[in-house]
Design a protein around this ligand. Structure first.
Ligand code: UDP
Ligand code: MN
Length: 333
């Protein structure tokens, strides 16, 4: 009897030791994994943070690939090859309205994740908005802040659509002609939504590249039609006899190609801005288009439109004097 109690005790102690060892080794495994996860996370974050906090420096800009196959390599190897990437010139027209800072914040955070980019922001205004200057400065991006007000004759038009963003884009084109030598230009309105892959694809445009734009007209998309891998027309809810029935966000142009066409300009013709500009790039025909987004089977840019907001109501300064609301009011339209 005594013997069997001893035996049970030995079995119990042995089992406890085995269990404890198992637990220890498991805990070690878990800690190893989480250290690794942490490293992965850190690599991703440091890449992004480096990108957003360092003023433009091509070698420090992060990889825009959406997957991170080898994070250790990403984190510790300087990517000198980024310097060789053709520059992207993003022309953004913008104007003062309640949504402006929200739109520019969102767009800037997209652009901060793109390598070798130059942001040309042109306000439809008679003077630069200080808050826009501050926003641009904060991004750490290489940028140019310009103004180009809509000519009075269009601004005071009572009936029908106005040529929105045209004077701004033409000012942007002039800046490109004066300052850029190579790379690619893209008209990125402040209110659209851009997939990072778009920037990887347009960067190698030789002449003019085109791709689908989502949320355009009742058709839901505007795109070149591709049949058997070949361009065979345009799909757009508003053809209007246009030679190039496409949206402003649906094409990119090689800077060298533009520079060889000194007269290329955007007309002040509502609805025909894209068509007029693309026609002014002659010699250039629809057959010359480079098809992107996997032969136009993907949507990498969306024509999102923000709900319009009324200007904020006046602040009761008598009631809220000496409060934070006085400062907040200065930000609002
Ligand atoms: N825009 C401008 N001045 C205006 C209206 C618009 O500079 O009076 C800019 C606007 O910020 C945007 C682009 O022009 O980047 C196109 O305007 P909007 O988005 O209103 O046009 P939609 O996309 O609806 O055609
Ligand atoms: Mn828009």
């Amino acid at each position: 009897m005594r013997l069997s109690i001893k035996m049970y005790l030995i079995i119990f102690i042995s089992a406890s030791v085995i269990l404890y060892q198992y637990h220890l080794s498991n805990a070690w495994l878990i800690s190893q994994t989480s250290t690794q996860d942490f490293r992965v996370l850190n690599a991703k974050n440091s890449e992004k943070i480096r990108n957003v906090t360092t003023p433009f420096n091509a070698s420090s800009i992060s990889n825009t690939n959406t997957s991170y196959p080898n994070t250790t390599a990403l984190c510790f190897q300087p990517k000198n090859k980024d310097i060789d990437l053709p520059p992207l010139y993003i022309i953004t027209p913008t104007y003062r309205r309640p949504e402006q800072l929200a739109e520019l914040t969102r767009l800037s955070h997209t652009l901060m994740l793109v390598k070798n980019i130059f942001w040309v922001v042109i306000e439809d205004a008679v003077r630069k908005t200080q808050l826009v200057t501050e926003l641009l400065e904060k991004t750490g991006l290489k940028y140019e802040h310009l103004i180009a007000p809509m000519p009075e004759q269009y601004k005071k038009k009572k009936k029908g659509p106005k040529p929105r963003g045209v004077s701004n884009r033409n000012r942007g084109l002039k800046w490109i002609r004066d300052n850029a030598k190579n790379g690619v230009l893209y008209f990125a309105d402040d209110d659209n939504t851009y997939d990072l892959q778009l920037f990887d694809e347009i960067r190698y445009t030789k002449r003019v590249s085109m791709f689908p734009v989502g949320l355009i007209t009742k058709l839901g998309v505007s795109s070149p039609i591709v049949k058997n891998g070949v361009f065979s027309g345009f799909y757009d809810g508003w053809m209007a006899g246009r030679k190039f029935p496409v949206d402003m966000a649906g094409f990119a142009v090689s800077v060298r190609f533009l520079l060889k066409r000194p007269k290329a300009l955007m007309p002040f013709k509502p609805g025909f801005e894209e068509d007029g500009f693309l026609k002014s790039l002659e010699p250039f025909e629809p057959q010359d288009i480079e098809l992107l987004a996997s032969n136009c089977t993907k949507i990498l840019v969306w024509h999102t439109q923000t709900k319009k907001n009324e200007p904020s109501q006046p602040l009761d300064f008598a009631k809220y004097n000496n409060t934070n609301l006085v400062m907040l009011k200065q930000i609002l339209v």
